[in-house]
Ligand binder design. Structure first.
Ligand code: GLU
Length: 509
């Protein structure tokens, strides 16, 4: 049987980064077995529907490159893939269960149930309490018929008998058992005619021929009712296998990572930035923080999965080849942002300069910097080993676009010596005559001059660097000068020297 898996987010807000991990595992599983990866939008809870959330999911999947084979916006033979467009289907199946005696009508109003809850904190609508409540199990058939005829509001509930124990073999967690006596009679169809998550989810997994349900651990407890629904429909033979993914834990390892943790720790916990109605509901995304999508996928893949061995950097193809549910851990995985940045650094280093230039362009343009492709490619070449986030190219490497903003005085005091001034001046004078103006030619010319004057390069090169970029860090000094060009290099040497002198005098006073 061909593998078919689905990613089934509810558009109730921005999709948390854990959702992308779920999508990734589904994608890898589908690809590994040559199956289909499906995007289903579970939007039956109208009260929690947030405009733009569905578009967000699709954009996030496209950004990371997890393109569904079927789904909202992607076509396919099992549509519609948006649950709000399948209302009639769920109603028909809910009624089918009532006819088969597996579900029943319940007419209790919200107020009635609320007042019971006020009296009994642990009230559950179940095999015991339902005997005292207003439903088609306790009422006369004529009365039920009459209420339905008159259009009285009702819900349809699943009939759960106490002896209906459930045992599943979760592909990650192993055997998980639930006692029927502890399960309530879940609502399947709400008073507004919309299905609940449980009904819609099972009907769709069945109709869409889903073979494996791979989802977050928070859905494990719902699985008991899901299995009961398969039984009630008589679909047990078509029941998918379940795999519940471990939680993603906070950076400090305590508790589940929540959407609020992003702001708390100053890190992104969403794939893309999201602008909600309030600042508290607005979030920074990995994309906007300057991550490459492949790095995000690699980082997420290892939050709970590892194929064994020492390797950590995997391309999507490699992950696909190596993926298996057996290598997913049961325990939660700590969300280590530094590790995410480490992956990003790796991926930046391995990315073509031409591609990096395209990522840098909007960042450079936003600052009003020079942003032509050849120049940005050289910036990429010089900086790619030294940055971990894309904005670092224009922030840490600002001096490749504008004059030095600040000098590292302490290093200047250590390196500067007024006797070197004529040497630096001579180097500045040399600039216009160097042809071609590239790093090797420049280096040869400067070193020849130093040799002639019997000065060790170690005395002067740090000063060149300080004059060009302001600090002792940064790319190789002759490469930097070559990129800046003869006029700018000479200009920075002169401006630097003036500053060094000033700094020296201040220190001498
Ligand atoms: N709509 C559910 C969610 O938001 C889907 C859970 C499942 O995969 O069954 O995650």
């Amino acid at each position: 049987m061909a593998v078919r898996v689905r990613f089934a987010p509810s558009p109730t807000g921005a999709l948390h980064i854990g959702g992308i991990r779920t999508a990734l595992y589904n994608y890898l599983f589908a690809r590994h077995y040559g199956g289909a990866f499906i995007l289903r939008i579970e939007d039956t809870d109208q009260s929690r529907h947030v405009p733009g959330a569905e578009e967000y999911v699709i954009e996030a999947l496209k950004w990371v490159g997890l393109i569904p084979d079927e789904g909202v916006g992607f076509g396919g033979d099992y549509g519609p893939y948006r649950q709000s467009e399948r209302k009639a289907i769920y109603q028909q199946y809910a009624r089918q269960l009532v006819e088969r005696g597996k579900a029943y009508y319940a007419f209790d109003t919200l107020e009635e149930l609320e007042s019971i809850r006020q009296r009994e904190a642990h009230f559950a609508y179940n095999h015991q309490t339902r005997k005292q409540l207003r439903n088609s199990l306790t009422m006369q058939p004529e009365e039920v018929e009459d209420l339905l005829q008159r259009g009285a509001p009702y819900v349809i509930r699943l009939l759960v008998e106490p002896e209906q124990d459930v045992r599943i073999q979760d592909l990650i967690r192993g055997e998980v058992a639930f006692q029927g006596s502890e399960l309530d009679d879940k609502v399947l169809l709400k008073a507004d005619g919309m299905p609940t998550y449980h009904l819609a989810n099972i009907v769709d997994d069945y109709l869409m021929r889903i073979t494996h349900v791979i989802r977050g651990e928070e859905w494990l407890s719902s699985t008991a009712h899901h299995v009961l629904l398969y039984r009630a429909f008589g679909w047990e033979n078509a029941m998918p296998q379940f795999a519940h993914l471990p939680l993603i834990l906070r950076p400090e390892g305590q508790g589940k990572l929540s959407k609020r943790d992003g702001a708390r720790f100053g890190i992104p916990v969403f794939p893309l930035s999201w602008k909600g109605a309030t600042p508290e509901d607005s979030f920074l995304g990995f994309r906007e923080a300057g991550f490459l999508p492949q790095a995000v996928l690699n980082f997420l893949a290892l939050l709970g999965w590892h194929p064994g061995g020492e390797q950590e950097v995997f391309s999507l193809e490699e992950m696909t080849r190596l993926f298996s549910l057996e290598h997913i851990s049961k325990g939660g995985a700590r969300f280590d942002y530094d590790k995410a940045k480490w992956f990003n650094q790796r991926y930046i280093m391995a990315t073509d300069n031409a591609v990096l230039a395209q990522y840098i362009r909007p960042l450079a343009e936003a600052k009003g910097y020079r942003a032509d492709q050849p120049y940005l490619e050289q910036v990429a070449a010089l900086m790619k080993e030294r940055v971990s986030l894309l904005p670092d190219f224009v922030e840490e490497g600002y001096y490749l676009f504008e004059p030095v903003r600040a000098y590292d005085d302490e290093s200047i005091r250590k390196k500067w010596n007024p006797a070197l001034q004529p040497v630096l001046e001579a180097i500045a004078d040399l600039m216009p005559g160097i042809q071609p103006f590239d790093a090797p030619t420049l280096e040869a010319a400067v070193k020849a001059l130093l040799q002639e004057r019997q000065i060790k390069p170690g005395e002067v090169l740090p000063l060149l660097r300080l004059a060009l970029v302001g600090t002792m860090k940064g790319p190789a000094v002759f490469d930097t000068a070559a990129l800046l060009g003869p006029a700018e290099t000479a200009e920075r040497l002169r401006r630097g020297m003036a500053y060094f002198l000033q700094c020296h005098e201040m220190a001498a006073r």
